[in-house]
Design a binder for this molecule. Structure first.
Ligand code: ZN
Length: 202
């Protein structure tokens, strides 16, 4: 099974893990089999209650995280921590979005005792990737990862694959192409491995 570890709302599909960036998307995402509810980058207090309701009803949590491009990092961090506590309380996966804040994000994951997480759209360093894995987390590579300095080294690690696109034909085609490219490089079926890594925890 070719599985997309991170996509967004589009056509109905059971072969993608659908994440949202706003709780406003909750109604649209509800019909997907594999889904997470998130708030980036500017979640507010009222969203936290929605995350809790979602987690109670079987949703995973995400995207949540830190994004240096947006203001008020202390407030982002406060909301991020609250979201992580919900994921932990209900044993849900936390889908992490982080931009230029990898070190801080890992510290927070450690401090909050989070083990089941996916660092999606990973473009950080090899060292950060290893730390994430040693915490029990996963990294997920989109085609953007090819531009990361660490790309060649990351290929030696276990990773998920993703498009970060809206589910549909374009997303499926992009996923196929990305999976083929990576599989050729690593000598393993990257799409199949992605599903193997996720199937028992989603
Ligand atoms: Zn996304």
């Amino acid at each position: 099974m070719l599985f997309d570890a991170h996509a967004h709302i589009g056509e109905e599909t059971d072969s993608a893990f659908i994440a949202t960036s706003s709780t406003d998307e909750m109604d649209f995402a509800a019909s997907y089999r594999y889904r997470a509810l998130g708030i980036i980058p500017e979640g507010r207090e009222k969203d936290i209650e929605k995350l809790r309701i979602a987690a109670r009803n079987g949703w995973h949590i995400g995207e949540v995280g830190l994004d240096k491009r947006y203001s008020d990092l202390p407030e982002q961090e406060r909301i991020f921590r609250e979201a992580l506590r919900i994921a932990r309380e209900y044993s849900r996966i936390a889908v992490i979005h982080t931009v230029r804040e990898y070190g801080r994000t890992l510290d927070i994951l450690k401090e909050e005792g989070i083990h089941g997480f996916i660092m999606h759209g990973f473009t950080g360093s090899y060292e950060i990737a290893c730390q994430a894995l040693s915490l029990g987390g996963m990294i997920s590579l989109s085609p953007n990862a090819e531009r990361a300095k660490s790309f060649e080294k990351l290929l030696a690690l276990p990773f998920l694959i993703e498009t970060d696109m809206n589910a549909g034909d374009d997303q499926r085609n992009a996923l196929e192409e990305w999976s083929r490219k990576l599989s050729d490089r690593i000598g393993t079926d990257a799409g199949e491995r992605c599903w193997e890594m996720l199937k028992d925890i989603l």
